[in-house]
Design a protein around this ligand. Structure first.
Ligand SMILES: [Zn+2]
Ligand SMILES: [Zn+2]
Length: 224
């Protein structure tokens, strides 16, 4: 993301859970109000990071209903009382099986929850005095959403796209072609200069992936 003094937001990546999921704390610089995107677990550590940066939590944003992204949501909500926004309603079936998956994958603290607001393509979510755009990007899960800050040229894309890779599509209701369409139809138009945080691994930019990504680079999709 833009680290210039004029950027209205800042972001801090805090990997959580045994899957090293990139939980992201974003905040409005002017008001110091923060959103935690994808609190998969380790809630006390996330609260500590908020305090260390002098931030007040205002929102919990969820990209999709997978355990490593959303397992700590219910605990964070119980402690802070702030609204949960996202994912899209089509991920309800994943959220509903959170406790079973948690028991199976060694994250027994994971709990089900009901978002205060399900998100749709084209929605806006506010944070302090700034706002993010919401894009519905199905394929990895049917209800996956992406958060984009236009002025800061910053996106949190969850498990849609990674540096050099794309999200898995072999889960129930995953769909490879739908994922490719989400990436090329929803993410690429935002601009090559957009820096993104993925659910796992390092940050990258859309333009770099359009040149080098073995799944979705322009020449790969063109069949060259
Ligand atoms: Zn996932
Ligand atoms: Zn993930």
């Amino acid at each position: 993301m833009s680290e210039t003094a004029s950027s209205p937001i800042r972001a801090l990546i805090a990997p959580v859970t045994p899957l090293a999921q990139n939980c992201t704390i974003v905040w409005c610089v002017k008001t110091m109000k923060a959103a935690i995107i994808d609190p998969g677990g380790e809630v006390p550590r996330l609260l500590g990071a908020l305090a260390a940066h002098g931030l007040t939590l205002e929102k919990i944003w969820i990209t999709h209903g997978h355990l490593d992204h959303a397992g700590g949501t219910a605990d964070l909500k119980a402690i802070t009382g702030v609204p949960i926004e996202g994912p899209h309603r089509d991920d309800a079936f994943w959220i509903d099986q959170m406790e079973e998956s948690g028991a199976k994958w060694g994250m027994p603290e994971a709990k089900c929850f009901t978002p205060d607001r399900w998100l749709e393509d084209g929605d806006t979510v506010t944070l302090g005095e700034t706002s993010f755009e919401v894009y519905h990007c199905p394929g990895h899960t049917p209800g996956h959403v992406v958060f984009f800050h236009r002025e800061a040229r910053f996106a949190q894309v969850g498990d849609v796209l990674f540096q050099g890779s794309i999200g898995r599509t072999d889960f129930p209701r995953g769909n490879f072609q739908q994922l490719i369409d989400s990436i090329t139809g929803k993410l690429w138009p935002l601009g090559d200069d957009v820096a993104f945080v993925s659910g796992h691994g390092p940050m990258s930019r859309f333009g770099i992936e359009r040149r080098t990504n073995g799944y979705v680079a322009d020449d790969v999709l063109a069949g060259d």
